[in-house]
Design a protein around this ligand. Structure first.
Ligand code: ZN
Length: 176
């Protein structure tokens, strides 16, 4: 079990476009387990590989509520192949933008193709929270954050706040 450090806004790594995996092997499965451990520890319901600094098209999701059995999903090279016309609104947050939440509109249903942790091709028709979560995480693979879906005014405010936090956390250099 390995919990990896999370990449936080405004780290430019979050804007990288991730690359597809060429194969799914034991190293991929070990990495998926690390992603799940990191997500459960945070805690969060979804995590993309880039959020722990690996620009790979891979994400994990577990929507089980507290007290329910774990329901981990691993999506490798996921692609949205269809989305419904109906829109749903969820208040979203992101492990890379801690303690900030905003309502985001997205298609209510999506069809996603992907490889599972055994490398088998799968297709999922998702709705509700799973559809929103998949779209949020697939955005990460393209360097897109949920704050890109809110107004520029709100986005500028949150980016400014995190830039300030990052400056305050930077090590002070003492020149004596
Ligand atoms: Zn996120």
């Amino acid at each position: 079990m390995t919990i990896k450090p999370l990449i936080i806004l405004p780290d430019p790594v979050l804007r990288q476009v991730s690359k597809p995996l060429e194969r799914v092997d034991d190293a991929t499965r070990k990495f998926a387990d690390d992603m799940l451990d990191t997500m459960y520890d945070a805690p969060g319901i979804g995590l993309a590989a880039i959020q722990i600094g690996e620009p790979l098209r891979m994400l994990v999701i577990d929507l089980a509520k507290e007290g329910e059995d774990k329901a981990p999903h691993v999506f490798i090279n996921p692609q949205i192949v269809a989305s419904g016309d109906d829109i749903s609104v969820y208040e979203e947050g992101c492990l890379s933008i801690p303690d900030y939440y905003a309502e985001v509109e997205r298609p209510e249903t999506v069809t996603v193709t992907y490889l599972d942790r055994d490398g088998k091709a799968q297709e999922m028709v998702a709705d509700g929270l799973m559809a929103t979560c998949l779209q949020h995480e697939i955005d990460h693979l393209n360097g897109v954050l949920f704050i890109d879906h809110i107004s520029k005014l709100k986005r500028d405010m949150v980016v400014r706040k995190f830039k300030k936090l990052a400056r305050e956390k930077a090590p002070q250099r003492l020149v004596g």
